[in-house]
Design a protein around this ligand. Structure first.
Ligand code: TXA
Ligand code: MG
Length: 331
């Protein structure tokens, strides 16, 4: 463990961190709520690096931090109510879940394949400077190892993730000290998914009654409340061949994989064959996972055969998500 890369936030170190973000690296970013583990939200491989660093056994969707409401509207569809909240509470400790825009360029790993996106405009001056200097939307979960408490000082970040980050921008203790309030504005009625500094009472004058998720459920696991993406066709894991009508989601070499009844998987048409990583690289595979599942979930295919993926490192999270997809798909 090293604390060598903690650097006080100055225009120079912010520029350095912004370059790291643009190049696909990982940055410890101060915000007013807690420190974030930040990466370029447009870069799937960088996002895979976040999950690798956190040691998350599963892919939960991440918050995308943006400069202002105008930028947020490039990525998400804002209802009138959502827009009012943005105008009232941003910048600040409020995260809104809205529908992803058509053609939204944010990596599908950030949103875990969902058709919704979590957006926030942070109030912290260094976070804002990092977003504007990098020119990228920044995905950042709280900067802690999975299952441990969030970091409110640069020292906490260094202790948990010091050896996995390229730089930690230090800017004192997080003022709020609690993760942002999360409100789901993507449905008919607003639902509060996570309690934070902005309360239901603060929100209700602008959007009317806010429903709350059950406290008991929330304590059990916030992740359990998220709908997970699953393809509309069956997903078959550990495939060593391709059945008739199936598409193939490959991993590594597929040269010799056969199709039942004759032919080779490698000759399948584009809409029926994707390879998560020909080189067998788990980071690349994680970055491609949701986009490729979406791409194969089309009318040309009756199912998706998925090759075996090693159950180590990021492979654990990939397999966790594939297992859910295979259990959740229509028969
Ligand atoms: O204060 C914060 O929000 C900090 C700082 C760094 O901004 N970030 C943070 O991120 O707490 P994270 O990843 O630890 O928490 C994000 C929360 C999770 O509970 C996640 O499930 C939820 O937001 N979330 C993200 N996208 C979602 C979506 N599309 N639908 C439902 N929930 C979503
Ligand atoms: Mg967290």
């Amino acid at each position: 463990m090293t604390t060598a890369m903690i650097k006080s936030a100055t225009p120079e170190t912010i520029k350095e961190a912004a370059d790291i973000i643009r190049q696909g690296g990982l940055v410890g970013m101060p915000t007013e709520t807690v420190y974030g583990l930040a990466a370029n939200a447009l870069d799937g491989k960088a996002i895979a690096g976040i999950f690798e660093a956190k040691g998350r056994p599963s892919f939960n969707p991440l918050i995308t931090h943006v400069a202002d409401t105008e930028e947020a509207q490039l990525y998400g569809e804002f209802s009138e109510g959502a827009l009012t909240l943005a105008q009232t509470f941003w910048p600040g400790p409020l995260t809104m879940i809205v529908k992803r825009c058509k053609g939204c360029p944010i990596s599908e790993l950030v949103t875990a394949g969902l058709d919704t996106i979590a957006l926030r405009v942070p109030a912290h001056k260094t976070a804002r400077a990092l977003i504007s200097t990098s020119g990228c939307p920044i995905a950042a979960p709280s900067a802690n190892i999975s299952g441990r408490i969030s970091s409110t000082t640069p020292k906490h970040v260094a202790e948990q993730l010091g050896d996995k980050l390229d730089i930690i921008l230090a800017d004192g203790q997080s003022q709020v000290g609690l993760e942002s309030t999360v409100i789901d504005m993507s449905g008919d009625r607003p639902v509060l998914l996570r309690y934070g500094a902005v309360t239901a009472e603060d929100l209700e004058p602008y959007i009317g009654k806010v429903s709350m998720i059950e406290k008991a459920d929330k304590i059990k696991s916030p992740g359990m409340l998220i709908k997970h993406y699953a393809p509309s066709i069956p997903v078959r894991l550990g495939a060593v061949d391709v059945k008739k009508g199936e598409a193939l989601l490959g991993f590594g070499q597929t040269k010799f994989m056969g199709i039942e009844g004759g032919g080779f998987a490698k000759d399948l048409p584009e809409e029926s064959y994707k390879n998560l990583s020909e080189a067998g690289d788990l980071t690349e595979a994680a970055a491609n996972l949701f986009a490729m599942m979406h791409a194969l979930d089309n009318n040309a295919n009756q199912g998706i055969a998925v090759m075996n993926i090693p159950d180590t490192g990021l492979g654990l999270a990939i397999n966790d998500r594939l297992k859910r997809a295979s259990a959740g798909a229509a028969k």
